[in-house]
Design a protein around this ligand. Structure first.
Ligand code: NI
Length: 390
């Protein structure tokens, strides 16, 4: 049975207000103000401006020195919203397409409930982080001294998940999300007249061959038992219809679950770039950037989260063996520092026609408000479990 939260209607309004006012990485000033105001209103000690726009609330009960942290992310995406409902984005070109508005609202709800019913013994640190979407807000908070200033025993996170219906969850014992890393390849040829290709070295033809060749990185260079993705996501070349450009630029992403696989993928990409470039009388310049490490839950903490989720929703509603996702999550930086667990909370398929479920980062995405009380209840039960009274 889910506990009753008398403030739920108020929280739905707050969630929709956040959805209507999305803010991008490290610009979450309005969101941070609302978060700080709500935490203070319910009696928590609040620190603002952590890693620019991060907010931290602290709630202590009893005398135990045990400390845990719960984390939500606050940022939106640079994407025009396709929804037309009343709480659609009022900020052109920005949108909560990943449900972080729901994450923020649920953690505020948990803080509010626990402040009113401090049925635990210890300290809960509520972390509202900026810039999860590619800008590494979690890393910025860790580098700012998060775990020196708030030395917690373990840390917990969650993400709404459209592949699971509302009322279901997934708790992974080990790997949850992949690492994400970038590559950028510039192929330099010799530009010239489009009617005299024999006088130049065509960077577009070389880059096109390279896009095809890169499809063999996973298929032919990595063990078939390992999951990995190499995707070319940008291809820029040329500025006129009658000019062979001097260079072509490819960008893309590499996803995997281990540094060894990452190393092998990177060396295959560099080798192919150089080889294909040479075959076309071009030169290749390859820049490889490591972004987010894989997100891996620690086993004891994952076991506790699984127990809490199953007590809350029933055994059959909580998946312990779901395949990990090749998407990435910067909560990984926090899990590199502390034991902890990151879970998926069912958000349902949504209503966008033609796509079921409506994917995260889709212009028609929306957090499902009926998942709010489930997420709050999960946080509350987790705190009561981890910091249970003796
Ligand atoms: Ni997200």
């Amino acid at each position: 049975m889910l506990p009753e939260f008398p403030f739920l209607a108020e929280l739905v309004a707050l969630r929709r207000d956040l959805h209507a006012h999305p803010e991008l990485a490290f610009q979450e000033t309005r969101t941070a103000e609302i978060v700080a105001r709500e935490l203070a209103r319910h009696g928590l000690a609040v620190q603002t401006g952590y890693a620019q726009t991060g907010v931290i609330g602290v709630l202590k009960a009893g005398t135990s020195t045990r400390r845990i942290a719960l984390r939500a992310d606050m940022d939106a995406l640079p994407l025009a919203e396709g929804n037309t409902f009343a709480h659609a984005s009022t900020h052109p070109g920005r949108m909560h397409a990943c449900g972080h508005d729901g994450h923020t609202a649920m953690l505020l709800g948990a803080a509010r409930h626990l402040a009113a019913h401090p049925d635990f013994d210890g300290t809960v640190v509520f972390i509202f982080q900026p810039a999860e979407e590619g800008e590494g807000g979690a890393r910025a908070m860790v580098e700012a001294g998060l775990f020196r200033d708030y030395p917690v025993d373990s840390i917990y996170g969650l993400h709404n998940w459209p592949d699971l219906p509302v009322g279901e969850m997934a708790v992974h014992t080990g790997m949850v999300m992949a690492s994400t890393n970038r590559f950028e390849i510039v192929l330099r040829g010799r530009g010239g007249h489009a009617a005299m290709p024999h006088l130049g070295a065509d960077a577009i033809v070389a880059a096109s061959q390279l896009v095809v060749a890169l499809q063999s990185v996973v298929a032919r260079n990595l063990p078939p038992t390992e999951a990995a993705v190499v995707s070319v996501t940008r291809f820029h070349a040329g500025s006129a219809w009658n000019v062979l450009p001097e260079e072509a630029c490819l960008k893309g992403t590499i996803r995997s679950f281990s540094p060894e696989i990452q190393d092998r993928a990177e060396s295959a990409i560099a080798r192919l770039a150089e080889g294909v470039a040479a075959a076309h009388d071009c030169r290749a310049e390859v820049v490889l950037t490591r972004c987010y490490p894989p997100t891996r839950n620690s086993a004891p903490e994952a076991a506790l989260c699984l127990e809490v989720a199953r007590d809350l929703l029933g055994k059959e509603k909580v998946h312990a063996n779901a395949a990990p996702s090749l998407a990435a999550e910067d909560f990984a930086f926090m899990l590199e520092e502390k034991p902890g667990c990151y879970v998926w909370l069912g958000n349902g398929a949504g209503t966008h026609k033609g796509m079921s479920p409506c994917a995260l980062h889709n212009p028609h995405y929306d957090f499902d408000d009926t998942a709010l009380p489930i997420g709050i209840a999960y946080w509350v039960r987790l705190v009561e479990k981890l910091l249970g009274k003796a």
